[in-house]
Design a protein around this ligand. Structure first.
Ligand code: GTP
Ligand code: MG
Length: 181
């Protein structure tokens, strides 16, 4: 794959808002209806990586619901970065991040030295709902524990519904990916 196409995979529990985040970023649209993703698919969008570089982000949306997950893992391979999504109003979706991350690293068959410094970004979604059970501090602590000396995991809190931090999170992950010149 030419390196001006950057493959980014969204993972996390069913219903946390992976599809909604991507829809908000690509189409600036949101729907309250929930239709669980089956398998995985991608949409590509051009983003500004830095002042003079544009890149194509190939955004893979995957299934979070367990019964559909096995159809999705094959799509982890060749990823340049990964977005770990949880719902700030759902504690178990936050607790499962570690499993998602490990599973991703295993399935993507990265060499060990690359796996250690692989770019992950966290998004705590649905902050428009006033029922938060995962604090910013907890999210930051988890990110710190799972960061390496060379690759820090940034934490975003977002709303796919009103668009808060959606553009910011996707643009940030494009900047995190090292592209050979
Ligand atoms: P799977 O495809 O099953 O893995 O789920 P998903 O992570 O793609 O979740 P999806 O985007 O389908 O959203 C699930 C439900 O949460 C839908 O009813 C959405 O409307 C709702 N939702 C998603 N993001 C937000 C948000 O930021 N705020 C609010 N209030 N609801 C949201
Ligand atoms: Mg989905």
């Amino acid at each position: 794959m030419p390196k001006d196409i950057l493959k980014v995979v969204l993972i996390g529990d069913g219903g946390v808002g992976k599809t909604s985040l991507r829809n908000q970023f690509i189409h600036k649209r949101f729907t309250n209806a929930y239709k669980a993703t089956i398998g995985a698919d991608f949409i590509t969008k051009e983003v500004q990586k830095d002042d003079n570089t544009k890149v194509m982000l190939q955004l893979w949306d995957t299934a979070g619901q367990e019964r559909f997950q096995s159809l999705g893992v094959a799509y982890y391979r060749g990823a340049d970065a990964c977005i770990l999504v949880y719902d700030v109003n759902n504690y178990s979706s936050f607790q499962h991040l570690g499993r998602w991350r490990e599973d991703f690293l295993k399935q993507s068959s990265l060499p060990e030295d690359e796996a250690k410094h692989f770019p992950f970004l966290m998004v705590g979604n649905k902050i428009d709902i006033d029922d938060r059970v995962v604090s910013r501090r907890q999210a930051r602590a988890w990110a710190e524990q799972n960061s390496s000396d060379r690759m820090r995991i940034p934490c975003f809190e977002a709303s796919a519904k009103d668009g808060t931090n959606v553009e910011e999170a996707f643009t940030y992950i494009a900047k995190m990916i090292k592209v050979p010149q």
